[in-house]
Write a protein that binds this ligand. Structure first.
Ligand code: APR
Length: 317
């Protein structure tokens, strides 16, 4: 990225995309390009201009532009893909597969051409399949393609634990593995509050209930909103990943990363703890799992594999 501001392009200027732009700009992570489709000409431009006019009030310097073509994205350092449709009540993330894979395939082709050196963060759902497709289409090395899921899922888990104990969210630290969905695997041994293992603070039965709520955290919000899915927390999670990259922070956070030998995954993107920095996914951390966690993780990998196979069958590249 060198001297100067990073260039962050966000594809899909809807709820998640525009809110990610807001978090990124407010934290002065770089210049932001918001991209959407020609059918909504004016929308990304309008949101970009509106956000730019917040800058003197909030006090951030960033060039923010909206567009419906990829020209302005050329040479981006980081590209965030949020293009696609969100869930409605009663829908699973998997129900979005057919619609979103077509959108994401197109977007990935454009990213490959316009920003061949970019690090790409995928947010569109169903996440674990969409990130795989972006990797297939761009042909970028594994470490430069990843999905946002774990930061959001752990944030939900951390929120509920903090609420339960009446303590600051800042003191709750958590880790989880697996796909972005009902099969996610929270790792109780890696969850602590002020350094104290959570198992010493919350009885097992109650913790199980909190884990269950976390698994369905996205659906809970879809059911409340009725017209779309969550975006404040997903966008904040994405901006945290952008920050880790543009500031080379080496954050140790859960990311949907390409795992082959790691955890015996065999060539899929799944949620694992990684070190995230200027080179993208710089390291994957392999945890020792309890037998129960191992079973749950294997099940989660199976679900991701099935989804990817289904995608490749329905919509071959
Ligand atoms: N290129 C660019 N943008 C596109 C394309 C495309 N080919 N196709 C659709 N879009 C845009 C839409 O025009 C819309 O503005 O993507 C945007 C999606 O925004 P929302 O409908 O507000 O959806 P959002 O809540 O942002 O969710 C987007 O992120 O979290 C996931 O499940 C969620 O898959 C969904 C995605």
């Amino acid at each position: 990225m060198g001297v100067g501001r990073a260039k962050i392009s966000i594809i899909g200027a809807g709820n998640v995309g525009a809110t990610t732009a807001l978090w990124c700009a407010a934290a002065e992570l770089g210049d932001v390009v918001l991209v959407d489709i020609p059918e909504v000409e004016g929308m990304p431009q309008g949101k970009a201009l509106d956000l730019l006019q917040a800058s003197p009030i909030v006090g951030f310097d960033a060039r923010i532009v909206g567009t419906t073509s990829y020209e302005a994205t050329a040479g981006s350092d980081v590209v965030v893909i949020t293009a696609g449709v969100p869930r409605k009540p009663g829908m699973s993330r998997e129900d979005l597969l057919v619609t979103n894979v077509q959108i994401v395939t197109k977007v990935a082709g454009e990213v490959r051409k316009s920003s061949p050196q970019a690090i790409v963060i995928v947010v569109s759902n169903p996440l674990d399949a969409m990130v795989y497709r972006v990797w297939q289409v761009t042909g970028f090395p594994h470490h430069r393609v990843m999905g946002q899921a774990g930061v959001l899922d752990t944030a939900r888990f951390r929120t509920f634990i903090a609420q339960e104990l009446g303590v600051s969210v800042e003191d709750v630290s958590a880790m989880l593995l697996g796909g972005h969905g009902d099969t996610m695997v929270p790792i109780a041994s890696c969850t602590s509050v002020g350094g104290i293992p959570v198992t010493q603070l919350i009885p097992a039965k109650r913790l199980d209930e909190i884990i269950e709520r976390t698994r369905h955290g996205g659906a809970e919000i879809v059911n409340l909103l009725k017209t779309g899915s969550a975006y404040y927390a997903p966008a904040a999670a994405t901006a945290q990943m952008v920050e880790a990259i543009v500031r080379d922070k080496k954050r140790l956070i859960p990311v949907a990363a390409y795992c082959d030998k790691q955890y015996g995954v065999g060539g899929l993107f799944v949620g694992v703890p990684v070190v995230l920095g200027a080179n993208g996914v710089e390291r994957i951390i392999e945890l020792e799992l309890s037998p129960k966690e191992q079973v749950a993780f294997t099940k989660s990998i199976g679900a991701v594999r099935k989804l990817v196979e289904q995608m490749n069958e329905l919509c071959p590249i």
